[in-house]
Design a protein around this ligand. Structure first.
Ligand SMILES: *[C@@H]1O[C@H](CO)[C@@H](O)[C@H](O)[C@H]1NC(C)=O
Ligand SMILES: *[C@@H]1O[C@H](CO)[C@@H](O)[C@H](O)[C@H]1NC(C)=O
Ligand SMILES: *[C@@H]1O[C@H](CO)[C@@H](O)[C@H](O)[C@H]1NC(C)=O
Ligand SMILES: *[C@@H]1O[C@H](CO)[C@@H](O)[C@H](O)[C@H]1NC(C)=O
Ligand SMILES: *[C@@H]1O[C@H](CO)[C@@H](O)[C@H](O)[C@H]1NC(C)=O
Ligand SMILES: *[C@@H]1O[C@H](CO)[C@@H](O)[C@H](O)[C@H]1NC(C)=O
Ligand SMILES: *[C@@H]1O[C@H](CO)[C@@H](O)[C@H](O)[C@H]1NC(C)=O
Ligand SMILES: *[C@@H]1O[C@H](CO)[C@@H](O)[C@H](O)[C@H]1NC(C)=O
Ligand SMILES: *[C@@H]1O[C@H](CO)[C@@H](O)[C@H](O)[C@H]1NC(C)=O
Ligand SMILES: *[C@@H]1O[C@H](CO)[C@@H](O)[C@H](O)[C@H]1NC(C)=O
Ligand SMILES: *[C@@H]1O[C@H](CO)[C@@H](O)[C@H](O)[C@H]1NC(C)=O
Ligand SMILES: *[C@@H]1O[C@H](CO)[C@@H](O)[C@H](O)[C@H]1NC(C)=O
Length: 660
């Protein structure tokens, strides 16, 4: 067992520790840009990674190839090892071997490359949200479990495995170079003979408070709460963002006789193996940005000549984790907790992955069971007519193919509502990096004039998303379909503005990749939710001349009592004009609202073993950090080994051993 003396000296034994005198301590480097894999739990399992309470320590071993694994797993004389993997070696095969030899593995650090690999990589499952969509055994056994189409054939499932050691991602920078050098200087195997002390070691901290499954940790939360307000896990969740093409009274919940809505949907979130790297470029951003662009393009047409059906633009959060956002909205609609109910829903039109990379083809996916309904066929016909003028080919996949994973499945699960899901793939995903850190801007291969200021870019959005020749009054699907598809063509440009807006909103995050991981539900919206809320208001709303106070109190003036049922008012900081010093703030009136994206399994049902709703929670933790240092003695290891009988983790008890 290796022992980092710094812990020993500073934490357990602030004065001269007997057992620690022999350790030559030299802290080389604190690893600043590290991203951990964290523990998530559902009704039956825990997945992800964790360290012991005081961090896992191992002798550094930079793996050269899969063939060299035997040094780590059997031959090397100084276990446990902390394995450094270049990204190309972060494969299922290697990771599962390390997992199974975990008594000799203290942890893994993956060096994230600065450019994407050439090989495909998806740590997600092959059949996303397998059990929580519409295709259950009950609906039609022939379609259950991705029987007809395995949507993500490249998925290796690593993000759903459990590892009992920490796994971190390191940025490939000078720090990483220091790590490699430390290995070369001290730990390299020369002519098959074991390296001599002192050895270079690494320590990773990512202790997770929650264990076993969601029911267990929620129970612990309740028990802990009676003692202290400290929980061990939190449900995943956030807020959905929605807006209607004409105002709907949101104070009055449930059925509205006068409403007939078309839900235009997209997914807001994404994930990857590591905690807060989830760029989701093709998997979610292409879809929701297309929807934003479409909402903007339709703005004038729907205001000047409101179509008979109201369009409800909805951006769902947490869909990656068993459809949190959409299942909640459907639940709320079923229970008169939303502005409209399911009887008000005429149809659903969803935008999925629309990268439009190689060929400009879009595919209209529908459900083989509900396609027997004539209104679905009509919907498809109209979309195809609408695409005639555009440089996009619109096709239908073969009739026997069920829907790809989509929020629409949750509506269909509740009742046979007609609907279409628009994707850029005919059958299996074309996305080579689905739900991985490589599904990023580089993958979409976007270039744009980077010298535009944020304001110029927003202007750019406005110009590019404008649909030429849009004639109000054509009504119905035809106008909408055409605009939708035209909007896709401008998607690429808009996508960039979004990314730039992120650095605009939080300059400190500019260095990190954009993160669309849903995170835990709390009172505050996440950055992506806020941004989409803001952009949607900007693209569909109106600037009104209202004081800050009235704006923040949701009214247009002192007398106005009705408007807050219909509109939402947002006070926007605005920017500093070129010749000025003060921000020009203003009030935006829109129909943009937030709704809960928290699984009904937690609120209100408290059914933590639900099979109907998402039960995903995220463990809490206190410390995430890593460092490397030299360890000089074997004696300490031996004495610890004798005492514990095996190489494992630090615990409070073992720390005490340090006293000799
Ligand atoms: C890493 O963080 C430590 C402590 O905050 C700081 O002293 C050090 O300069 C940082 N290193 C780098 C390379 O940023
Ligand atoms: C799919 O379902 C059909 C009908 O239930 C069954 O005959 C077939 O073997 C299944 N295919 C796969 C790959 O499971
Ligand atoms: C929980 O997650 C595990 C790992 O992905 C999965 O095998 C299991 O089916 C999930 N349980 C439920 C109830 O969804
Ligand atoms: C990394 O190391 C190189 C060469 O030693 C040096 O030129 C560069 O400034 C360093 N970068 C950082 C961020 O420290
Ligand atoms: C909206 O609904 C509330 C509650 O039913 C009602 O008091 C209010 O007058 C309605 N507002 C409008 C503009 O219809
Ligand atoms: C379609 O492509 C042609 C030739 O590339 C171009 O001239 C035309 O403007 C495009 N039409 C639209 C609507 O983008
Ligand atoms: C941005 O750069 C391009 C090419 O370098 C140049 O033509 C353009 O005028 C620049 N725009 C602004 C606003 O500076
Ligand atoms: C919408 O109408 C306004 C005012 O009539 C006009 O300035 C704007 O350019 C139009 N926007 C689009 C996208 O057509
Ligand atoms: C909209 O409703 C009006 C009156 O009910 C009807 O005349 C018109 O045909 C409808 N338009 C569409 C596109 O359905
Ligand atoms: C949208 O943002 C632009 C740029 O900040 C601003 O000029 C415009 O007034 C905004 N419009 C609305 C409706 O918020
Ligand atoms: C906004 O309202 C104030 C007070 O009613 C008025 O003095 C001002 O001229 C208005 N500004 C614009 C641009 O209409
Ligand atoms: C800035 O310039 C604009 C237009 O040139 C002008 O209307 C405005 O008054 C100026 N603002 C200040 C603070 O000088």
């Amino acid at each position: 067992m290796l022992f980092p003396c710094a812990v020993c000296l500073s934490v357990v034994f602030p004065f001269t520790g007997v057992g620690c005198n022999s350790v030559e301590k030299k802290i080389y480097v604190h690893l600043n840009y590290t991203v951990p894999c964290v523990r998530l739990l559902n009704a039956t399992h825990q997945i992800g990674c964790q360290s012991s309470l005081s961090g896992n320590v191992g002798v550094l071993h930079v793996l050269e190839s899969e063939d060299n694994l035997d040094w780590v797993l059997s031959k090397g004389p100084n276990p446990p090892y902390l394995v450094i993997l270049e990204a190309a070696l972060f494969t299922r095969s290697i990771m599962m071997k390390l997992k199974n030899g975990s008594n000799r593995v203290a942890g893994v650090a993956v060096v994230a490359p600065n450019t994407n690999p050439t090989e495909p990589f998806s740590p997600y499952t092959t059949c996303p949200n397998e059990n929580t969509g519409v295709y259950t055994e009950k609906y039609d056994p022939a379609y259950a479990h991705c029987n007809v189409t395995v949507w993500n054939p490249l998925g290796n499932g690593l993000a759903y495995e459990e590892f009992d050691f920490p796994i971190f991602s390191l940025k490939d920078d000078n720090d990483t170079q220091v790590i490699r050098q430390c290995f070369l200087d001290h730990n390299q195997v020369v002519n098959g003979s074991a390296p001599q002390y002192p050895l270079c070691a690494m320590q990773l901290y990512s202790h997770m408070s929650a264990v076993t499954d969601t029911a267990t940790c929620m129970r612990r939360n309740d028990i802990n709460f009676s003692i202290s307000p400290e929980g061990v896990c939190d449900p995943l969740g956030d807020s959905n963002v929605w807006a209607s093409s004409r105002p709907i009274n949101t104070t009055q919940k449930g059925h509205k006789n006068s409403e007939n809505v078309i839900i235009a949907a997209a997914r807001l979130d994404s994930r990857s193996f590591f905690f807060d790297i989830a760029p989701g470029a093709q998997s979610s951003v292409t879809g929701f940005v297309s929807l934003l662009a479409a909402a903007h393009a339709l703005r004038n047409a729907t205001q000047e000549a409101p179509p008979n059906r109201t369009i409800l633009y909805t951006f769902f959060q947490g869909e990656t984790f068993d459809y949190i956002g959409s299942s909640r909205m459907v639940y709320d609609m079923e229970n008169n907790q939303f502005a409209v109910d399911l009887d008000n829903v005429h149809s659903v039109l969803e935008v999925g992955q629309v990268g439009l990379r190689s060929d400009s083809q879009l595919w209209l996916h529908s459900d083989p069971v509900s396609r027997r309904n004539s209104s679905v066929r009509k919907l498809i016909e109209n979309l195809q007519v609408a695409s005639k003028d555009l440089n996009v080919t619109v096709n239908q996949p073969q009739a026997s193919q069920p829907l790809p994973p989509s929020s629409f499945q949750r509506f269909l699960r509740a009742r046979p509502i007609p609907g279409i899901v628009i994707e850029d793939h005919q059958s299996v995903f074309t996305n080579r990096y689905y739900e991985s850190m490589y599904d990023n801007a580089e993958y979409l291969n976007i270039s744009y004039p980077s010298n535009l200021t944020a304001d110029e870019q927003l202007e750019h959005i406005t110009e590019t998303a404008t649909v030429p020749g849009s004639q109000p009054g054509r009504g119905g699907y035809k106008v909408r379909g055409a605009h939708f598809l035209t909007a896709f063509l401008t998607m690429v440009v808009v996508w960039h503005i979004l990314i730039n807006s992120f650095s605009l909103f939080s300059p400190q995050s500019a260095e990190k990749p954009t993160n669309f991981y849903v995170g835990v539900a709390n009172w505050q919206s996440s950055e992506p939710t806020f941004l989409v809320q803001y952009l949607l208001a900007n693209l569909t709303g109106t600037v009104v001349n209202v004081t800050k106070e009235d704006c923040q109190h949701q009214r247009e003036d002192d007398k106005d009592k009705e408007s807050h049922h219909l509109y939402h008012y947002m006070w926007v900081q605005g920017s500093v004009p070129p010749n000025g010093t003060q921000r020009e703030s203003f009030c935006v009136r829109s129909t943009v609202h937030l709704s809960k994206a928290l699984s009904p399994a937690f609120d209100p049902l408290k059914e933590y073993t639900s099979t109907e709703y998402s039960t995903w929670t995220e463990s809490r933790w206190k410390t995430i950090k890593g460092r490397i240092f030299l360890v000089a003695s074997h004696e300490l290891e031996v004495s610890l080994e004798l005492n514990t009988g095996k190489y494992v983790i630090f615990t409070g008890k073992k720390n005490a051993k340090c006293r000799g």
